[in-house]
Design a protein around this ligand. Structure first.
Ligand code: ADP
Ligand code: MG
Length: 309
């Protein structure tokens, strides 16, 4: 039996075109494993196929081809067990307006066959900060509250794997922090987390491992640290004492002005040292008021991998 939380083999999804629309190959043969206990980020531009992949895991979209194993259960052979292992917070805010938050959690628990003694609706409400709204009608909840309730609904059956589809898209900073802290806490308690996002900052902050998909294909799969290390680009930002008109350059060192009067020197960390860059600055007669270096961030990695789309 596999130790992976999720194992995806040769997964394909082709949406049949409706009303004269052409067919759409949303996933073109994805192989991917997600280790147990990780916070795993699924990244990609809009239309890459992230939601399609998530919804196949959740049993909401039927795959066209391939094999999906969830917590050791083949999705086709053991649909019930594989469904029980996973909880999904969907991208859309689809809530039944006639239930209170507490009612919605109880109904969801019922759907998953959770016996009353094993239910933890009140704890969930407290965790997502909705205790005081336990008996309010869903239609009176703000967007942020609905999102927190959707997170709560994904947890009723204490799944081994929690999947979040763009959990913080369009939410304010306060709610984002709250969702992040909920996610971290659940992960510390042993839950495997899979989240999709197009906020690279979120992936960099939250995820141990990252897969990047583009046009339905996997273009990268690595630890966050390795992905960031892949691009060896470095930048040194120098704030000169006096305005500089002629920018110094040297082989392997490019320079440009920034709007705030500073100069950015770009170089490859493996080929050029910071000392060589500083030597270039001194040789040009520039006195340094302030200096700092910058690493390539996930955004640079992402852009280089999805360039041309
Ligand atoms: P993402 O979540 O990465 O933005 P999606 O999985 O939602 O991407 O979509 C992947 C591709 O599949 C897109 O081109 C989208 O238009 C198409 N698609 C998604 N859902 C459907 C559907 N129900 N019918 C037809 N095409 C769809
Ligand atoms: Mg999506």
């Amino acid at each position: 039996m596999t130790q992976d939380a999720i194992c995806i083999e040769a997964l394909r999804k082709t949406y049949s075109g409706k009303r004269g629309q052409p067919q759409k190959q949303a996933l073109k043969g994805i192989d991917l494993t997600v280790p147990r206990g990780s916070v795993f980020g699924l990244l990609g531009p809009n239309g890459a196929g992230k939601s399609t992949l998530i919804n196949i895991l959740a049993g909401l979209v039927r795959k066209t081809e391939g094999k999906v194993t969830i917590w050791g259960f083949d999705q086709d052979a053991n649909p019930r067990q594989s469904r029980a292992a996973i909880g999904v917070m969907p991208q859309e805010l689809n809530l039944d307006p006639f239930f209170t938050p507490r009612g919605a959690l109880e109904v969801q628990a019922g759907l998953y066959g959770v016996p009353r003694k094993d239910r933890w609706s009140d704890e969930i409400l407290s965790m997502v900060g909705l205790s005081d709204k336990a008996h309010a009608y869903a239609r009176t909840l703000s967007g942020g509250m609905r999102r927190r309730l959707l997170l709560g609904k994904a947890l009723v059956h204490r799944p081994n794997i929690l999947v979040l589809d763009e959990p913080t898209a369009g939410v304010d900073i306060e709610l984002r922090q709250m969702l992040w802290s909920n996610i971290r806490k659940l992960n510390e308690q042993g839950m495997t987390i899979i989240l999709t996002t197009h906020y690279l900052e979120e992936a960099e902050e939250m995820c141990d491992e990252i897969a990047i998909i583009n046009h339905g294909e996997l273009v990268a799969r690595d630890s966050t640290a390795n992905l960031l290390g892949r691009l060896d680009a470095k930048a040194m930002v120098v704030m000169p004492d006096q305005p500089v008109s002629d920018l110094p350059t040297a082989p392997g060192i490019a320079s440009e002005h920034r709007g705030d009067g500073s100069i950015v020197f770009r170089y490859q960390g493996g080929a050029t040292t910071a000392e060589q860059v500083l030597a270039l600055v001194w040789t040009a007669g520039i006195t340094i008021r302030d200096v700092k270096t910058e690493q390539a961030d996930l955004e640079d990695v992402f852009l280089s991998l999805t360039a041309g789309s």
